[in-house]
Design a binder for this molecule. Structure first.
Ligand SMILES: NC(=O)c1ccc[n+]([C@@H]2O[C@H](COP(=O)([O-])OP(=O)(O)OC[C@H]3O[C@@H](n4cnc5c(N)ncnc54)[C@H](OP(=O)(O)O)[C@@H]3O)[C@@H](O)[C@H]2O)c1
Length: 273
């Protein structure tokens, strides 16, 4: 049975991915910072990306690392850089030393792309993020690409589903950041994030950056808020850039991915929002 370390297992994405990795047959460890309940059969390893000394026990002997841990729901930019760039550097160093043959799959974000894009973003596009979060992820990606390890970068879209509250947060986010209701994001359901990670763990994505999205037309802020039962007002104001937030997922699909949740509307119908 292949063994795997998951970082970020307590997060919005990781807590839904971990049971699926167990179900897929991986012997799972999770890097955790506190006393947390983990699925049966998962070994929790206490550690922190900020503390290199805690990472040896987490990575020792694993066949793969799925690195989700990150910081971005804060305005503290120094903390964002520390967690996302420096934490990834610490993790890479530990893997190189204690599990040098492990495959390291890291989640990045569509926020690495230029928000002034003139078409859906492709993996080969130059990254020019406008936020510390996006920039710290570009830096972390680069560290991984230069690491000499076997690596995969998955650039995730807006992830939703299974009562995670993400869609429901759109009403507040729209207000906080002045999002246009017609602004649209590429999305993927938690089930399909797990499918993309499982595909990455087969090796077909080694040495590649891959956008992850369900491949359906991006979903507007207005639709997200309405589907979550927290509607916002529409607007006839022109949208400044209709392409911002769109991810081209051709590569992912070419590599064998087929979404099991094709659209947010299918998720709503099936009661898995
Ligand atoms: N959610 C999305 O829609 C979305 C979209 C694009 C990309 N992503 C990417 O997907 C990944 C997961 O996102 P998420 O939404 O699940 O994030 P989240 O809910 O904020 O969870 C973050 C996770 O990282 C852990 N973490 C943070 N700093 C750490 C440190 N220094 N050491 C160890 N663990 C640490 C947290 O642990 P604690 O519980 O101990 O704080 C938590 O488990 C991130 O890489 C993010 O960039 C997510």
């Amino acid at each position: 049975m292949a063994s795997l370390l998951l970082t970020g297992a307590t997060g919005l994405v990781g807590s839904r991915l971990l049971p699926r990795l167990v179900e897929a047959g991986f012997e799972c460890r999770a890097l955790v910072r506190g006393d947390v309940a983990l699925p049966a059969a998962v070994t929790g390893v206490r550690g922190d990306l900020d503390d290199p000394d805690t990472l040896q026990a987490a990575v020792e002997g694993v066949d793969a690392v799925v690195h989700l841990a990150a910081l971005f729901r804060t305005r503290d930019e120094a903390a964002i850089w520390r967690a996302n760039r420096d934490g990834t550097r610490n993790l890479i160093a530990a893997v190189k030393q204690h599990a040098p043959n492990a495959r390291l799959v890291m989640s990045s974000t569509g926020n690495v792309y230029n928000p002034d894009a003139t078409r859906p973003a492709l993996e080969t596009d130059e990254c020019s993020p406008k936020t510390a979060y996006g920039a710290s992820k570009v830096a972390a990606e680069q560290l991984l690409r230069d690491s000499g390890l076997t690596w995969v970068v998955l650039r995730l879209p807006f992830v939703y589903g299974e009562g995670d509250g993400h869609l429901a947060s759109m009403q507040a986010l729209a207000q906080q950041f002045g999002l246009h209701p017609a602004h649209a994001y590429a999305v993927a359901h938690h089930r399909d994030i797990a499918a993309a990670v499982r595909l990455a763990l087969t090796g077909v994505m080694d040495g590649r950056i891959v956008n992850v999205a369900d491949g359906a037309p991006p979903v507007t802020v207005y639709e997200m808020a309405r589907l979550a039962g927290k509607p916002i007002e529409g607007s006839a104001e022109p949208l400044v850039n209709p392409w911002s937030g769109h991810l081209d997922s051709t590569l992912l699909h070419e590599l064998g991915f087929t979404p099991s949740v094709p659209t947010v509307y299918a998720a709503a119908r099936d009661g898995i929002l």
